[in-house]
Design a binder for this molecule. Sequence first.
Ligand code: NAD
Length: 493
Amino acid sequence: MSSTETLIESNELFIGGEWVAPAGSDRIEVFSASTEEPIGSVPDGSNGDIDAAVKAARAALEDSQGWSSWSKEQRADAMERLADAIDKRAPEIARRVSMQNGMPIAIATQLEGAFPQLLLRYYAGLARSVSTEEVRDGLLGGKILVQKKPVGVVGAIVPWNFPQALAAFKLAPLLAAGCVVVMKPSPETVLDSLELAEAVTEAGIPAGVINIVPGGREVGAYLVEHPGVDKVAFTGSTPAGRKIAARCGELLRPVTLELGGKSAAIILDDADVAGSVEQLFGATLLNNGQTCYLGTRVLAPRARYDEVLAVFGGLAGALNVGDALDPETQIGPMASKRQQERVEGYIAKGKSEGARVVAGGEKSEQEKGWFVQPTIFGDVDQNSTIAQEEIFGPVLSVIPYDTEAEALAIANNSEFGLGGSIWTGDKERGEALARRVQTGSIGLNHYMPDPAAPFGGVKQSGLGRELGPEGLEAYFALQSIYLEAGPTATAAP
Ligand code: NAD
């Protein structure tokens, strides 16, 4: 199947509500992950473009009639119009994401083509209902107005694995709070953001509220430390997040970090493993393993170890691997050659460290595209490289355990703490164990982040939370106005 008929080209960047010429002349060339053919190109954003975008964002923020001073109702209406405008473009957004990063089109349609609108509508509802002002009685006898104000200009940096959904994790709550944004997509996935920009224009979002500058890590670093940025929202790898956190620490700039993971899928001795294959796939291999929260360490009771290996081995062997645009495809290619080589390096490492290959483990037989064979390792040492480092590909490590206490200890033996799952026929037992796993979220007999609940990591998986009402709070700054003095105010420190 040919990935595309015509190249998707843009010569301009979406800044200040207009398509403007970029400051530099470099371009980002994008290739199909499935065919390695060129599929389009856009200007490679540079520091000058970030300067222009931040300036436009600040002007929008400071406009006394502008977005931040619109009523909550007006903003919520505009967010719903944006969701409607994205709806119209959803099939094309899903197609572009699928071509660029190898996400199977069936998954791209369900997630990339639908999650942004779901989040925009959810946060539009929260924008209408959230209370941003409260008058309190002070302890010293006076009155205080406590106000939640938009934190200001947000620098949002997103990765390539779910470019539109993860952008919306930031965009929807920040718009609801009255903030404005300069967004930097990853160079691997820039073509989908052109559609987002068109939707922003159609929805009548005021100029400068949403600005998009694609570019690499240097441009991202420049955005993080730009004096016109008030808050940074980052999703990406733990090493990059650490650098960004350090810089934000120096600047005392608020930052939210959604980082890597190496979650555990804990299979208890009463689980219906064979009957849960579809859910197990979603919790361990979704999007070709290029998903941060996946349970890539599968913990199996020793008494049922061979059975678990057989189910996962059968699953991996039966998966439809192919062109990401084919609706039948369950596993597409990696997003880039670099990512393919990285995952192959981990497979080689697993073998050299003595793990047993139960399925896959060889070079992909596909002639073109950055494919990796879905690979299941058995007899994996919980401290080995493949059991500790984030691989970000379709590679699972199945680790045996003897007791539930040992399963918990193995699950928590990780520098990460993002997602995870527990598989059991006894919900109460599963919930009791879930409470003891050191992770930001965890699912029983499935895993899928729900927009109504806070999502994020503990340990090296991040700082702060996105989604849920909690995700909205990250875009507010608090101000207390002491309206009147009480009789004892002068005696207070
Ligand atoms: P990455 O960290 O290399 O890049 C992510 C984004 O940050 C890109 O836009 C990149 O250009 C930019 N960037 C990189 N270094 C930067 C720096 N020093 N300053 C500013 N910007 C910088 O990650 P990736 O390879 O694109 O994405 C995969 C990673 O993202 C995985 O580790 C995965 O677990 C993580 N991820 C986390 C979540 C989550 O919600 N926790 C979700 C998806 C992906």
